[in-house]
Ligand binder design. Structure first.
Ligand code: F6P
Length: 746
């Protein structure tokens, strides 16, 4: 169809051009034909005059003009010759044949014969007039007038026109046909050539390899170049097409970073030891940071420095606070730092979670900044920095500093280990500059962070906010093109690295009970009927998670669609978090209040619409919940990334279940197939819940399969690898600069 349209585009102008050519050619052709015939008639009349001259001389000289009649009649047998006349030199008409126009005098005939063309238009038709003098014996002369009929000339002209039109039409048809056939052949050759390039038959060869013969070489080169650009862009955005795994990350460490030492520092530790009765139990905290970093540490076998916050942590560690983890497999070392209750209150609950946390999250909670907290924050950051320096076995370790608890650490480490590669990752949102300016110690925080080689954020938007904040606060040179900040002679790269989870290994997945078994187990545990539908929420109990808002949406759904009563339950896991803080106690009370209200309104003995599971759940329990749920609801008011949604997706190997995801969570940018919700719009969320509960299985599968592919690809090993690759490039650059400097000095 497209080709046909393309051919029409060519054929229409061709047709128009030919018509114009014909129209323009007609007057020219007519003029030429007339001229040829005039010349022809001129010659013919000269011949006739010459043939008759002898007889005319004799007849006129012998005063016997009558003798000329039969001669003239014979001469007129030529069909084109219409009439003859004979004039004396004084202009008197001596003789004329019957067809000679009445009233045409010798003088008029003479005058017409000198015109160009010499034409007479009369009632008898159009005639060509020629006059030839004939010398007489007496020395005088007479003039022979010949009138030729021009009707045949007009007939010939018409005929020529017809032949010309037929010729042009045939020519047009031949041109059109040839062009269409040539276009078809050339089109096919182009398509074949381009397909070859797209299939990689050609692009895989070096750019110097010849282009397919049908394609112009420069055009093929352009396509190849563009494909390479797209390939690069894809790799930049998605990493290589090879699946990112722990093994691949390890090999990257060995090759690109030459197994350089990796040290991670975070406030939260990966395993907490608590004493329960006479036993010490170990658990993993509910923390996105731990979910993401732990698999990376297993792959890198480094040292993880974190606050030892568990009641039995000291008992499980050596004198330096170190122990091998994970329990049983010992793949990396955890070094626990011990904080006094005052330090923990000031640094963690005060400055980090009472100040920076609400500052960075738009959740209608005002940040509180107090001098005493700031002092503790600095002291604890110094302790972390000292621990990192003490752990460093080489002068240039790779140090991964995690989150807003340790903003000052990079600059502190940089002072003592100037050649270290320091990667800071900010797990939570970075606010706009106006909001950040609220912090009384904003310059110190930014100065501390700019000790990093790389500062990573969850989204590009957070990067832009950070760069704008630097612009408004410090004297630094910003290179927007390269996304770098030059500050006090050192450069930091500001880049977005969306964090993720480790995709479950197939061996692990094979051990999972089936979805049906998990569903039955969860329903049994919570006393739910077999046919009940489940909406699930899994969060730390934090005011940014939007738990009351999602419960209000559930309440609205029950109001609007009472047919769900008795058939639908909301299971809300709310892991206790930051419980010593008043804001969190209030958040907990608010959630409990919502749950009580909904259950009182819509429940009855034997049916409780909302189950609040306000305790710590281990990974196996959470997995069962994810697999039992019909809908998973993430309604954060603001969230850096949110890994619950990615864990839910990874758990659903049956490709069922619907994800409702807040548009204010970083993950929403990567998961467009989720049902997007605005946690501030209760009715909108209720409608989305209804849509999720009624979603056909085929649609669930479409959406889930696509999200599973996205999360599997963009897993946490890719997250770490991208940062480490960028770091290794940076290190290489520094080493080369150093060597060049040495040569220079030498
Ligand atoms: O993801 C943000 C974050 O603050 C992490 O840094 C932290 O580990 C997690 O939430 C849980 O918070 P907390 O460590 O205070 O329990």
């Amino acid at each position: 169809m497209k080709l046909f349209r393309f051919q029409l585009q060519f054929l229409i102008p061709l047709g128009v051009t030919l018509i114009v050519a014909v129209v323009l050619a007609f007057p020219l052709m007519d003029a030429l034909t007339q001229r040829w015939f005039s010349r022809d008639l001129g010659l013919r009349s000269a011949l006739v005059a010459s043939a008759l001259s002898e007889s005319i001389n004799k007849a006129v000289s012998g005063q016997n003009i009558e003798r000329l009649h039969p001669l003239f009649d014979r001469t007129l047998k030529d069909e084109r010759l219409t009439a003859l006349g004979l004039c004396r030199s004084d202009g008197r008409l001596l003789l004329s044949t019957p067809e000679y126009p009445v009233g045409l005098s010798c003088a008029q005939a003479n005058e017409i014969s000198h015109r160009s063309p010499p034409r007479l238009v009369s009632e008898a038709g159009t005639m060509h007039i020629s006059i030839h003098p004939i010398a007489l014996d007496s020395g005088e002369s007479v003039e022979l007038i010949q009138l030729h009929d021009l009707a045949f000339v007009e007939r010939r002209t018409l005929l020529s026109r017809q032949y010309f039109v037929i010729f042009v039409v045939l020519l047009g048809l031949v041109i059109a046909l040839t062009t269409v056939v040539a276009a078809q052949l050339s089109w096919r050759a182009w398509i074949k050539g381009i397909r070859g390039i797209l299939r990689g038959e050609d692009v895989a060869r070096a750019p110097l390899s010849p282009a397919p013969p049908e394609l112009p070489a420069d055009f093929a080169a352009d396509i190849r170049a563009r494909l390479r650009d797209l390939e690069d862009e894809y790799h930049r955005n998605h990493g290589s097409s090879e699946h990112w795994s722990a093994a691949r990350l390890r090999s990257l460490l060995r090759t690109q970073l030459r197994s350089d030492q990796v040290i991670v520092a975070s406030n939260r530790e990966p395993y907490i030891h608590e004493r329960q009765n006479d036993q010490i139990i170990v658990s993993q905290p509910a923390s996105g940071l731990v979910t993401a970093i732990e698999p990376v540490m297993r792959a890198c076998s480094g040292t993880w420095i974190a606050h030892g916050s568990g009641g039995a942590d000291r008992e499980m560690a050596d004198k330096q606070g170190c122990l091998a983890l994970p329990p049983g497999t010992s793949e990396y070392t955890l070094r626990r730092l011990w904080l006094s209750p005052e330090e923990e209150a000031g640094y963690y609950s005060g400055f980090a979670n009472g100040g920076l946390w609400p500052l960075c999250h738009l959740a209608n909670m005002l940040p509180v900044f107090r001098d005493v907290d700031w002092v503790h924050y600095q002291t604890v950051n110094r302790r972390f920095a000292e621990a990192i320096i003490a752990e460093a076995r080489v002068e240039d370790p790779v140090v991964l500093v995690q989150d807003y608890h340790l903003a000052l650490v990079p600059a502190m480490v940089r002072e003592r280990l100037p050649r270290a590669t320091i990667i800071s990752f900010w797990h939570i949102p970075w606010p706009n500059p106006e909001a950040f300016l609220i912090c009384p110690w904003r310059s110190e925080i930014l100065h501390g962070m700019l000790g990093s080689t790389i500062i990573g954020f969850q989204t590009r938007h957070h990067c832009r906010n950070f760069i704008d904040t630097i612009d408004r606060t410090l004297e630094a040179r910003i290179d927007h093109e390269r996304s770098t900040i030059l500050y006090h002679g050192a450069e930091s790269l500001i880049e977005s690295y969306p964090i993720s989870i480790a995709w479950p290994e197939s061996a692990e997945q094979e051990k999972w009970p089936s979805v049906i078994e998990h569903g039955a187990e969860v329903r049994r545990q919570h006393g739910l009927p077999e046919s009940s539908r489940i909406i699930l929420g899994v969060d730390r109990l934090d005011y940014i998670k939007g738990i009351p808002e999602r419960l209000a949406a559930f309440e609205r759904l029950l109001e609007a669609s009472p047919e769900w009563l008795g058939k639908l339950v909301f299971l809300q896991v709310a892991a206790p978090s930051r419980e010593s803080m008043q804001e969190y106690q209030m958040a907990r009370a608010r959630v409990a209040h919502c749950v009580g209200r909904i259950n009182a309104r819509f429940g009855w003995p034997g049916y409780q619409p909302v189950h609040l599971l306000a305790r710590h759940h281990d990974r196996a329990e959470i997995l069962a919940l994810y697999r039992a749920a019909d809908v998973c609801m993430v309604s954060s008011l603001h969230d850096g990334m949110n890994l619950v949604c990615k864990e839910f997706i990874a758990a659903r190997d049956d490709e069922r279940g619907v994800l409702l995801l807040s548009q204010f969570a970083g993950a929403s940018r990567e998961l467009p197939e989720a049902l997007s919700i605005n946690p501030y719009h209760v009715e909108g969320m209720a409608t989305a819940l209804q849509q999720a509960l009624e979603m056909p299985l085929a649609e669930q599968r479409e959406r889930m399969a696509s999200m599973r592919m996205a999360v599997r690809e963009a897993n946490v090993f890719r997250w770490a690898s991208r940062m480490l690759s960028d770091a290794s490039r940076q290190r290489l650059h520094e080493r080369v600069t150093l060597r060049v400097q040495r040569h220079h000095d030498a």
